[in-house]
Design a protein around this ligand. Structure first.
Ligand code: SAH
Ligand code: SF4
Length: 362
């Protein structure tokens, strides 16, 4: 597919529209901005613009640069869309619905991921490129097309958002702008594997979104093995960066711990997480590892935690006064759950959706 030279309007914040539109009177950019936040799909739908202007816009801009190349729906209502980007790369985006019917968009920020965490499917595929702000906003729009209003955004899809911070911040600016999607920053959570520089930048420059840290383990050596970027982002500095963020923005921080059977579920692991959490207002989110075929650690196949391991670490944390939440296991039937999102290249037969359609693991 040829890369289009037209500018995708989804990635343009309202304040930049007047300049981009050039000689048009200011009220025109207000009108166009409104259409964009409504998720209009074609210029001809911008009914309050003169036809000549619509034709002009169509020549210079595009509303959406990708296309939905597959859609999968799990029994629990989770929907996963595969989006083909303008250069043919494919990414995934997920819509989660909770018990009360509130919808959350889980967005991807990179095609693949350079971080290489050993338990993560996205990480195992390597890194292709950063997504643009327009491509992030487009995921939100495509998910909104399905059901309507979306209450929350979690930046927890493919990729490490803090390694693509400029574009992520640009997208955040559009999501939170009252003249665009007007989502409160408190309804947006960004999950990071722990890039200290990025956390500091968010602390200094905002927006004050919620942070989730993929801690996985409080044991520094083990963490470095499981999450290679841990080597350049040591736990003590990471904790300090989180503390500064919390002091400034006052949001409770989520510590995510993917539970790997036999690896990070002992009482000593609960102890190490509790030690990391000291001095921070946190809730620990326990995420039983979602199986990805062929993943190994120290030469052994990774496995899910047993019920006993799960209960053990849960109790160990609570005994130490830590608030614990369990991640709902949504989307597993369509590999739309945490860490199961895989990059799919066009024509890469056998990978991607064929595999994704395999029956529920349990
Ligand atoms: N790169 C960011 C956000 C995307 S990963 C980060 O790492 O935080 C989102 C979450 O999925 C992370 O908490 C990660 O630890 C978790 N995860 C990765 N692989 C997983 C798997 N196979 N099963 C369950 N969770 C997984
Ligand atoms: Fe990247 Fe997050 Fe997966 Fe690690 S867990 S490889 S940072 S997407």
């Amino acid at each position: 597919m040829p890369v289009t030279a037209k500018i995708p309007l989804a990635g343009i914040p309202p304040e930049e529209l007047p300049e981009l539109l050039g000689s048009l009177p200011p009220y025109r950019s207000v009108q166009i901005g409104k259409w964009l936040s409504r998720g209009v799909r074609s210029f001809s739908d911008m009914t309050d613009l003169p036809e000549s202007l619509r034709a002009e816009l169509e020549k210079r801009f595009i509303l959406r640069s990708g296309s939905v190349s597959a859609r999968l729906e799990d029994d629990d209502g989770t929907v996963k869309l595969q989006i083909s980007l303008s250069d043919g790369l494919r990414i995934e985006t997920v819509l989660l619905t909770d018990g009360e019917g509130r919808r959350t968009a889980c967005l991807s920020t990179q095609a693949g991921c350079p971080a290489g965490c050993v338990f993560c499917k996205t990480g195992s595929l390597g890194f292709r490129r950063n997504l643009t702000a327009a491509e992030m906003v487009e995921q939100f729009l495509r998910l909104r097309d399905i059901e309507g209003d979306i209450a929350n955004i979690v930046i927890m899809g493919m990729g490490e958002p803090l390694l693509n911070l400029a574009e992520v911040r640009r997208a955040l600016g559009i999501f939170t702008n009252p003249r665009a999607f007007a989502l409160s920053a408190r309804r947006i959570t960004l999950s990071t594997c722990g890039i200290i520089d990025g956390i500091r930048e968010l602390t200094d420059a905002g927006p004050g979104i919620r942070l989730a840290l993929s801690l996985t383990t409080g044991d520094e050596k083990l963490r470095e093995e499981l999450m290679p970027l841990g080597r350049s982002n040591p736990l003590a500095l990471l904790r300090e960066a989180l503390r500064s963020h919390q002091r400034k923005w006052g949001q409770r921080i989520t510590l995510e711990a993917v539970l790997l059977g036999g690896i990070n579920t002992r009482d000593a692991d609960a102890e190490a997480i509790a030690a990391f959490a000291e001095g921070l207002d946190v809730a620990v989110n326990l995420i039983p590892w979602n199986p990805v075929e062929g993943m190994t650690f120290r030469g052994m196949a990774l496995r899910e935690p047993t019920g006993r391991e799960l209960r053990g670490i849960n109790a160990g944390l609570e005994r130490r006064g830590i608030k614990v939440t369990r991640r709902f296991r949504r989307g597993r039937g369509i590999s739309g759950a945490c860490g199961q999102l895989g990059l799919m290249e066009p024509g890469a037969g056998g990978s991607g959706m064929d595999h994704e359609l395999s029956p529920l693991v349990r």
